[in-house]
Design a protein around this ligand. Structure first.
Ligand code: S3P
Length: 175
């Protein structure tokens, strides 16, 4: 593969996509982008509010629009929302517009890293562990099918995960 213009980070809530995107972008001297943050910046409200007013369906429409725009940006590491891979067209957009890295995280890691639920309405007022387990089970095949490469994040610091990706890109001649 030629040098990609963008790296996409996919994976479940609490995998560390946003933090790793910032760190990796710093090492590559690229820009860090984040679909959730962009949706919040464009609407001026948090994701919980969008789910409340427009439902998940409305949120997914906004998420697609942001993804399409990000596919036009260059030299960027893009953190994506955990459910972005649900849509087959999104999966195709990811694979054809950059190098896709799956940040895998076990349930314990996700539980520990999802204390902040402001942009995660699916976890509010529910049995968080059950919701995360069900999501992981149903989405795991989608993450695997979409990713060009997988990195394990359990027990790893942000810096270590970013370094592993950076070194992997180097081994492919991409960084
Ligand atoms: C979602 C994950 C969230 C956010 C929204 C929906 C999901 O992003 O996009 O709450 O369906 O898994 P993170 O993966 O960054 O938490």
């Amino acid at each position: 593969m030629d040098t990609p213009e963008r790296i996409f980070l996919i994976g479940p809530m609490g995998a560390g996509k946003s933090s790793v995107a910032r760190r990796l972008a710093g090492r590559l001297d690229w820009e860090a982008l984040d679909t959730d943050a962009e949706i919040q910046a464009r609407t001026g409200v948090d994701i919980g509010f969008i789910f409340e007013k427009e439902g998940e369906e409305g949120f997914r429409v906004r998420e697609r629009a942001v993804l399409e725009d990000f596919c036009q940006r260059e030299a960027c590491v893009i953190a994506t929302g955990g459910g972005l891979v649900l849509d087959p067209d999104n999966r195709e957009l990811l694979r054809s517009n950059g190098y896709v890295v799956f940040l895998n995280a076990g349930l314990d890691t996700q539980m520990a890293r999802t204390r902040i639920t402001q942009h995660r309405p699916a976890l509010e007022g529910t049995d968080k562990e059950t919701v995360l387990r069900e999501m992981l089970e149903s989405r795991l095949p989608l993450y695997h099918e979409t990713a060009h490469w997988t990195v394990e994040t359990d027990g790893q610091r942000v810096q270590q995960v970013a370094s592993r990706i950076y070194e992997h890109l180097g081994s492919l001649g991409l960084s």
